[in-house]
Design a protein around this ligand. Structure first.
Ligand SMILES: [Zn+2]
Length: 189
């Protein structure tokens, strides 16, 4: 007797969960998360807005977050935005998305993380430890963050080495190719 394969949920039934179109779709979604208003979970960071979306093995979104203050921590105090302090108060988008998934009891085996910027050394360490299925980032993501400080660039360099050594696939997605042909940036499907 042949076991019948369980049908995937309707929302993902029509597409492969890991094709290039999906990568672009989820990166557009990560971009959207990065640019949400602060009141809706967007980033309060004055210059660097990063979005991360975690997608499970079946192609369903299980968490999303921007770089922001942790839940319950006061983001309205101006001194917390001073140079050299911001990065101590604001957590990375990847960390927040992973925490959200874990807190919600989501199954992260085989999950992919879509991020608008390459992960820093700390985030890459967490991703390696969780052995996520892949990290997907727009091609040349760092160039799109002109205000990124050099300490972050150094951190990303180490992060990339961590991912490589841990065997977590890193996928650079050409997001511009599609937006030229279709409706521009953001949602196009
Ligand atoms: Zn990070």
């Amino acid at each position: 007797m042949v076991a019948r394969k369980k049908a995937p949920p309707a929302a993902v039934a029509s597409r492969r969960p890991d094709g290039w179109l999906d990568h672009r779709y989820w990166l557009a979604r990560a971009e959207e998360v990065a640019n949400l208003p602060v009141s809706k979970g967007g980033s309060p960071h004055p210059t660097v807005h990063v979005g991360a979306v975690l997608v499970d093995a079946l192609g369903r979104e299980i968490a999303s977050a921007a770089n922001r203050f942790p839940a319950g921590v006061d983001r309205r105090r101006p001194e917390r935005y001073q140079d050299g302090k911001k990065s101590l108060w604001v957590n990375c988008a990847e960390q927040m998305a992973l925490m959200q998934a874990l807190r919600g009891g989501k199954k992260i085996d085989g999950a992919r993380l879509y991020v608008t910027l390459e992960p820093c050394a700390v985030c890459a360490g967490l991703i390696a430890e969780l052995q996520l299925a892949a990290v997907c980032v727009p091609v040349g993501a760092m160039r799109r963050y002109a205000k990124l400080k050099s300490k972050w660039k150094d951190s990303i360099e180490i992060g990339m080495i961590k991912l490589a050594e841990a065997g977590v696939p890193f996928i650079a997605v050409d997001v511009e190719a599609k937006s030229k042909k279709k409706t521009g940036r953001g949602k196009s499907r």
